[in-house]
Design a protein around this ligand. Structure first.
Ligand code: ADP
Length: 544
């Protein structure tokens, strides 16, 4: 027997319609790429999104067409999100930090028809436009007064594109499984792979993000997503804030500690989200200036592991509740979030931090399993380590027009292989030991590069640390620690070894330490281990 409930298709346009109807006066504030602060509200955002939807119709955009953005977190980018997906086309968010060859590949692979581009990234596209025969034109996210001289063909400013249009648009209704947006994983090897979200997956994921045990986004919050809208839809913030009716604050192009802190204070931000590198920058600024936060209460960190020293500094020096989260582009991205359960609140501080160091616990909607090399399931006892596989309604079922990559990504039961090695405990807390390809295999045992990096970053003289496995004649692989020291710190190999000796098991200690001026990062701000392996893979260990 079937239930007798309405089968109303889930749609992205319903999110902004709701926000405009019931949170129309709630503010959206942007530090614009042009400079000044722009201020409006959900009501105005909806009107302008409708103007853009009308403009897209005038341009001849068809359902399913891919329209790309190369843009910072701004109000105009938000309007693109809703107008493009809402009108039945596919929003393709491009990470502007990708290598030019990668951008060339994905624009053509996605078959983008129009590209919306921020002033900062016009030069990137000028060099590539000749290779984009199928792109019909470029919309620069600014007004005519700021439109630069450019060699891009068929260029129009965003403001002049939408200006003649009416602020009413009949959002179409369609199957909720219709594609809504496309985001390519940065893929450190091989070509980037496209993850194609649907209206259904996006709306269900938004419910999850808003839940109090996930990120708890509500109408009382002022949210500042530092995580870019080109990186998995700002971890879903662009949608969940509309669902909840939160105030939104967009940092535009300025992501340094001082600029962020200023916005946190002037806009009374309560919750922010970003990768560890951003928070390291913010904490350095706070330490230099002796400032703290007056309204910020929650900080979500993910994308790579948050070191203990960072969590402790945020919680103890600044009274912030740190939520450590884990996910992937392929997972929309939320998989686990580190909100402690009631029974954990009274635990001794050390034990609570041990839990906060983990990547969070499994949210409803995501199922996880861990398996050994033969695919056999391992227990969720917090000890057994294996590869993590997931399934759920906001997890990809295959890469966009990439059969080979899709075939490799799933097991025989259809679970998605994350490529992460982890433990899962009985409360559902996942602890990522490493990426499968980064873990160091030493004499049949595994050493977690993440744990070693976190330990090293705890040293007051270390700005950033990376660990890779280097060939060893006896042990197969041994860890090499590569360190960027803090400005002015007199850091020696011996002092750092001594410090680590007190933090990790003896057989985990790196066989050597190399000091560098800079560590390489991927387009999403993660350590680029592949580059480090290229450079230091043949490093001669003194122990070899
Ligand atoms: P990309 O693939 O573009 O680098 P993703 O955000 O999709 O970007 O990367 C997902 C991977 O990032 C995960 O599989 C995991 O290895 C890593 N990751 C994400 N969050 C965490 C975290 N909190 N701790 C450790 N690793 C993380």
């Amino acid at each position: 027997m079937q239930g007798l409930m309405m089968d109303v298709p889930l749609s992205i346009s319903s999110l902004i319609r709701h926000a405009a109807l019931y949170h129309g006066d709630t503010e959206i504030v942007t530090r614009t790429v042009e400079g000044p602060i722009h201020r409006y509200n959900w009501g105005e955002a909806h009107r302008r999104a409708q103007q853009l939807a009308n403009a897209l119709k005038r341009l001849g955009v068809q359902p399913g067409d891919r329209l790309a953005t190369l843009a910072w977190n701004t109000h105009r980018h938000l309007e693109c999100y809703y107008a493009i997906s809402g009108s039945g086309a596919v929003l393709h968010t491009i990470n502007p930090r990708l290598f030019p060859e990668q951008i060339r590949y994905i624009v053509n692979h996605a078959d983008d028809r129009w590209i919306f581009v921020d002033l900062s990234f016009v030069p990137v596209l000028e060099k590539l436009a000749a290779d984009f025969p199928r792109v019909k034109g470029y919309v620069v996210l600014t007004d005519d007064a700021h439109l630069p001289q450019t060699s891009l063909p068929n260029v129009v400013s965003y403001e002049s594109l939408i200006a003649p249009e009416a602020p009413e648009f009949d959002w179409p209704t369609f199957d909720e499984r219709t594609a809504s947006s496309l985001c390519y994983t940065s893929g450190t090897t091989g070509n980037p792979k496209g993850v194609l979200y649907s209206h259904r997956s996006t709306v269900i994921h938004s419910y999850c993000v808003c839940a109090p045990d996930a990120l708890g986004i509500s109408s009382r919050d002022t949210i500042l997503p530092v995580v870019p809208m080109f990186h998995v839809n700002a971890w879903g913030c662009a949608y969940s804030t509309a669902m909840a009716g939160s105030k939104l604050v967009f940092p535009g192009a300025k992501l340094d500690g001082a600029s962020l802190h200023e916005l946190f204070e002037t806009e009374k931000v309560t919750c922010t989200l970003g990768v560890p590198t951003v928070w390291l920058g913010l904490l350095a600024h706070m330490a230099e200036t002796g400032k703290t936060f007056s309204t910020l209460r929650r900080l979500v960190v993910g994308g790579s592991a948050a070191p203990l020293s960072m969590i402790v500094a945020l919680e103890e020096d600044h009274g912030i509740d740190v939520i450590h989260a884990w996910g992937m582009t392929e997972m929309s991205p939320i998989g686990t979030t580190g909100v402690l359960k009631g029974k954990m609140l009274a635990l001794p501080k050390g034990d609570r931090y041990k839990l906060k160091m983990k990547q969070g616990r499994v949210v409803f909607g995501v199922e996880v399993k861990i398996v050994d090399d033969t695919g056999k399931r391992l227990p969720h006892d917090g000890v057994a380590q294996g590869e993590l596989l997931v399934r759920g309604p906001w997890i990809t079922s295959g890469y966009f027009e990439d059969e080979a990559a899709s075939r490799a990504a799933f097991d025989s039961e259809g679970w998605f292989r994350t490529g992460d090695i982890c433990t899962v405990d009985a409360d559902g807390f996942v602890q990522i030991t490493d990426r499968a390809k980064d873990i160091i295999k030493s004499g049949g045992e595994w050493i977690s590069s993440i744990d070693l990096e976190n330990a090293a970053v705890g040293h007051p003289g270390v700005a950033e640390a990376a660990v890779i496995g280097v060939h060893h004649p006896k042990w197969q692989e041994r860890p090499l620690l590569i360190v960027k020291a803090k400005k002015g710190a007199a850091l020696t190999r011996e002092a750092l070894m001594g410090y680590l000796g007190e933090k990790v098991a003896k057989w985990w200690l790196p066989d050597d330490i190399v000091f560098v001026d800079e560590l390489p990062h991927t387009a999403t701000g993660k350590l680029m281990k592949s580059k480090l392996r290229e450079e230091f893979g043949h490093h001669r260990l003194p122990t070899a």
